[in-house]
Design a protein around this ligand. Structure first.
Ligand code: FES
Ligand SMILES: [Fe+2]
Length: 339
């Protein structure tokens, strides 16, 4: 029997029950069923030159991986030595092979075992298990992703959102700032708030002056959804792309703000804000101008929901068919992955 069922007809559907957020077993189940089977952002291709270590979702998957680049050849391999388990590369660096700093085992940049001191006479050695495991790497508009066990390829996850979402600029995207916010709420509450513009007039008074509520649109794809806000003149003010389960790409006139939502516990979430700028002259303008202020407003409302869902009088709600398609779609995917 399915853990949760969300009716495909939004007019009939009820939201995911509050036990999903409250019960630690669903938080644990989400690690393998949701996060291990989806795609994780490593970095933008402009950031990699040589070896680039990363940890996939610290606190959730905690998987040390290594992105390696030789010319145009990009690979993602395990960053854990096959001898006694030391993490191999701790900082981004340039090298033409990988050497473990514990006992000197060496690997090529595609993860093949090369050599090991003092192992003469060891039987059945080396074998395939002495190589570093390879993970898939996928490039989407210059952003590099990997996955442990993807439910589908990245193109399917990212959906129909096209390169045209990127700002109209010949300048390359540059990571200019990184910031982390801690939110006292379940990770999925943070995501589902992001997935609707319904709350903009109530929660974001200043943003509501820029984004025209009447013409706001939401399109859903297989594993992603795209919300578009237009300004009063009918120009696109912002495109908000959500890639299930926890990645948000926000396209503004100046570039892209990426949010990575990292679960910590059923009542704590860290949201990473990565600022990729193409045209710095437009940074203060429009819908992408005061992201910190908007974030504070969102956090207050999401933390209030976190307190509210503990109520013995609350279990599930209903959806607005015209304003909450993105949230409904997200709950449907959660139910599908947890099944
Ligand atoms: S742990 Fe890497 S060589 Fe021993
Ligand atoms: Fe918001």
């Amino acid at each position: 029997m399915a853990a949760f069922e969300i009716d495909p007809d939004i007019r009939k559907a009820k939201t995911i029950p509050s036990e999903f957020y409250l019960e630690p077993r669903f938080f644990e189940l989400s690690k393998e069923r949701v996060f291990a089977r989806s795609w994780h952002l490593l970095c933008h291709e402009n950031e990699v030159d040589g070896l680039f270590p990363a940890t996939l979702l610290p606190g959730v998957l905690d998987e040390p991986v290594l992105l390696t680049r030789e010319g145009d050849d990009l690979r993602c391999i395990s960053n854990v030595c096959t001898h006694r388990g030391k993490v191999l590369v701790e900082e981004p660096c340039k090298a033409n092979l990988i050497r473990c700093g514990y006992h000197g085992r060496r690997f090529s940049l595609d993860g093949k075992f090369l050599s090991m001191p003092e192992f003469e006479g060891v039987e059945c050695f080396p074998s395939e298990t002495d190589d570093l495991k390879s993970l898939p790497v996928a490039n989407w508009n210059g952003f590099l992703f990997t996955s442990l066990d993807p439910a589908a390829d990245l193109a399917a996850f990212a959906g129909e959102a096209k390169l045209s979402l990127l700002p109209d600029s010949d300048l390359p995207l540059k990571l200019t700032a990184k910031r982390e916010y801690t939110v006292n709420a379940h990770w999925a509450l943070y995501c589902e708030n992001y997935l609707e513009g319904f709350h903009i007039p109530y929660v974001h008074k200043a943003l509501n002056e820029i984004v025209d509520y009447g013409t706001y649109t939401t399109d859903t794809f297989r594993f992603s959804s795209l919300q578009t806000g237009f300004d009063q003149q009918g120009r696109v003010a912002a495109n908000y792309l959500f890639i299930f389960p926890n990645l948000m790409f926000n396209f503004y006139d100046w570039g892209v703000s990426v949010n990575v939502v990292r679960p910590v516990s059923p009542c704590e979430t860290v949201v990473e804000f990565l600022t990729y700028v193409a045209d710095a002259s437009k940074l203060e303008l429009g819908a992408g101008g005061d992201l910190h202020g908007v974030e504070m407003e969102d956090e207050a409302v999401v933390e209030s929901v976190q307190r509210g869902i503990h109520s013995r009088f609350y279990s599930q709600g209903r959806y607005s068919p015209t304003r909450e398609q993105g949230t409904h779609h997200f709950h449907r995917l959660l139910a599908e992955f947890l099944d």
